[in-house]
Design a binder for this molecule. Sequence first.
Ligand SMILES: Cc1cc2nc3c(=O)[nH]c(=O)nc-3n(C[C@H](O)[C@H](O)[C@H](O)COP(=O)(O)OP(=O)(O)OC[C@H]3O[C@@H](n4cnc5c(N)ncnc54)[C@H](O)[C@@H]3O)c2cc1C
Length: 403
Amino acid sequence: MKNKGLFAYYFLDHHSIEIGSKKFPNKSFFARKFELESLHNLKADLERLNIPLIIDQVGSDHLATLIDRYSIESLYSIDFATSNERGFMDKAIKKAKIDITWIKDHSDLLYPLQKLPFDVMELPEVFTVFRKKVERYHAPETPFEAPENPLSNGLSIESSKIPSLTELGYSNSTIDDRSAHPFKGGEDAGWERLDHYFWQTEALAEYKQTRNGLIGLDFSSKLSAYLAFGCLSPRSIYAEIKEFESSVVANQDTYWLFFELLWREYFKLISFKHRDRIFKIAGILNRSYEWGENNSLFEKWVDGKTKDDFVNAAMIELKSTGWLSNRARQNVASYWAKNLKQNWIWGAKYFEAQLIDYDASANWGNWCYVSGVGNDPRDRKFNTQRQAEMYDPKNDYRRLWLQ
Ligand SMILES: Cc1cc2nc3c(=O)[nH]c(=O)nc-3n(C[C@H](O)[C@H](O)[C@H](O)COP(=O)(O)OP(=O)(O)OC[C@H]3O[C@@H](n4cnc5c(N)ncnc54)[C@H](O)[C@@H]3O)c2cc1C
């Protein structure tokens, strides 16, 4: 067979996100830094296996050129739920002159779609119903083993140079020492984080009791960015939870990390069921509300200058670090959509631009949920003052970010 071999391909996307009269880079400094660190790690790992990594900043046209130049027969990727990513691949395949097969899998999920006990179009609209169905059904898939030996690769291609943050136009180079997420990107750093959280500190054994925290490194796993960039798979994390349960302790807390991974899974499946509706103002419920679009309110929300000091502290944390705890995300999102009654899409887009762990289905699914157009059967509105009293009773969080 001629030219048998393979290369890895990554599209380094840097478009702008427009929100009202504002424009943001699609990745904040913090997210881009994490992405580039992950790419350095990936490139080194792939090179050990004799697989070059091509980093493309052009897009699907360039991918089409590569397909033709190297007579590529098959493209392998995870399956994508929404049209952006699908469209990218479809365009490249259509543009390429040679016929190519696109092989997709669900290795970023605990359960491949084909193995669910129901068709994804029958996915329950309430999380608890979904959870009970899959939990009763069977254990998640086991992780793939990585190959150990270098592959013989018939393609001689040089890996791309990974651009620096400065080359990509970023100037901020410091991490705020108050950051709850100062972690480096990459698979190695992901395993180090897991090792710290599970095995060194055994913080996992108290996860359910600490997960609503707001300050510090260890109140929750901080694995989301590693999952979002594909540095760690949910199957590997699940396998480690099971290992921890058999050798340290199995309790409500260890179960709860799996429970949260099921939330991630659920929003992924919701996006397979509802596709691009997760990005639409009427959401998956197709429900219309009157939404404001006030640029000045948006600026105040982003800059932490609203009338609510708990919301302000969180928004300053997000701007200064690219990170927010789940509790703070729920509060600022609810405040934007339900107190200020502003277009929830503006909020979701700002999170997309800012978050280190941005993930399309988790972000847009949660925003739909909080804004009353998604999967919350109770359509709750957070009372941010009561939340502050409960979760920041001594004012520590607000003092930390509002000083
Ligand atoms: C408005 C809003 C937007 C969000 N946007 C994102 C996003 O872009 N990317 C993202 O990964 N998460 C998002 N989340 C979910 C959640 O806030 C983060 O996954 C979590 O805070 C990450 O911290 P952790 O890894 O320490 O989580 P842990 O509490 O340690 O949970 C473990 C893992 O479970 C998953 N998980 C936990 N809660 C959720 C949830 N509500 N939805 C989906 N998965 C969950 C994550 O993969 C997480 O890493 C959003 C939540 C809200 C309310």
